[in-house]
Design a protein around this ligand. Structure first.
Ligand code: ZN
Length: 336
């Protein structure tokens, strides 16, 4: 029965993700054209499915998480994204995931890939964790914001880059779309990836990590469209500049650096998967909407997501990645 539901929902996604028709376009508008492929309705479809009760809160190693895996891999297969040659089914298996010394069973990171046309050895990672807290008693922790929002964003960004590639505008540098498991039990999936990287860490030039981007926090209630950026200037001022310029040119979000402060009492810089990249001296940006009263509660549900805001934030990541992927010079490590 569940299989049928998943299949039905997936088929409707297939129908809704048809590619745009090629037309004569101005070079300057190319990016914007493909950014428009990130659509609120598509994000909504992914997010509602990923955070639905039948996925049982996507607990690492659990049945619901495996359903999310099936959804992600079927999606990338449908889009015809490449899988890294070492994991042709998009799955990087993790044989045994431990939490507090106890085995949670096996799980996997999901990896889809677009090879760069000019500098294939330079890899940009766009990441989000897809696991969440699972169930307690018979209550589901749906994790709509945390992190079905980031997962859906990565899926849509990947689609946009793939459509661009199909129409002759593939990225010059390679892009790896990376969905981590085990984030909620201690950044496990990203830790595992760093120990078993598919592309050499020396040639991994940035990680743009998305974790909770579908909501508004107390500070911004009823205010301007915003996003917290964390880490952007820590290893590369060059990256920080690209990110700022991109936003100024295309997305006009208020970029809030409150949590980027060294003395941030919440220490968000170390609390999601990008941190494992930063520790290896790879520049990162963490995209985050801040917390809210539904954080890590059963009330983090899909009906509370702002899909227009999620779309705009996804576009910021897309434009930033596009710039890093296509500009002449490689990002440099030039932080103080
Ligand atoms: Zn999260």
């Amino acid at each position: 029965m569940m299989k049928k539901i998943i299949l039905g929902l997936f088929i409707s996604v297939l129908i809704s993700c048809g590619t745009g028709k090629t037309s004569k376009i101005n070079q300057d508008d190319i990016k914007a054209k493909y950014a428009e492929e990130i659509k609120p309705d598509d994000l909504k479809e992914h997010l509602y499915l990923l955070s639905s009760d039948i996925l049982e809160g996507r607990k690492t190693g659990g049945k619901g998480e495996r359903m999310a895996v099936n959804y992600l891999t079927a999606y990338y297969e449908h889009l015809k994204l490449s899988a890294p040659s070492s994991y042709l089914d998009y799955k990087q298996p993790i044989p045994e995931v431990y939490f507090n010394g106890k085995s949670e069973g096996d799980s996997q990171n999901i990896l889809a890939y677009i090879e760069g046309s000019e500098f294939p050895d330079q890899v940009i990672v766009i990441s989000a964790h897809y696991d969440h807290l699972g169930m307690k008693k018979d209550e589901v922790y749906n994790g709509a914001d945390d992190n079905a929002s980031g997962t859906s964003a990565v899926m849509e960004i990947a689609e946009s880059f793939q459509i661009a590639k199909n129409q002759g505008y593939g990225p010059k540098r390679s892009i790896l779309f990376l969905h981590f498991t085990g984030e909620e039990i201690g950044l496990y999936g990203s830790k595992y990836y760093m120990q078993h990287p598919v592309f050499s860490l020396d040639s991994t030039i940035v990680d743009l990590n998305i974790d909770m981007v579908g909501r508004t926090d107390e500070k911004y209630k009823g205010k301007k469209e915003y996003i917290y950026l964390i880490g952007s200037d820590k290893l590369s001022r060059d990256l920080h500049k690209v990110s700022e310029q991109t936003n100024e040119a295309y997305t006009h979000l208020k970029l809030d650096y409150t949590y980027n402060e060294k003395n941030d009492p919440y220490q968000y810089f170390s609390r999601s998967d990008h941190y494992n990249f930063a520790k290896e001296n790879i520049p990162v940006i963490f995209y985050f909407n801040g917390t809210h009263k539904d954080y890590h509660r059963t009330t983090d549900t899909a009906d509370k997501i702002d899909f227009d805001l999620l779309t705009l934030r996804s576009k910021l990541v897309f434009y930033t990645a596009w710039e890093i992927a296509n500009r002449e010079s490689k990002l440099i490590l030039d932080a103080r």
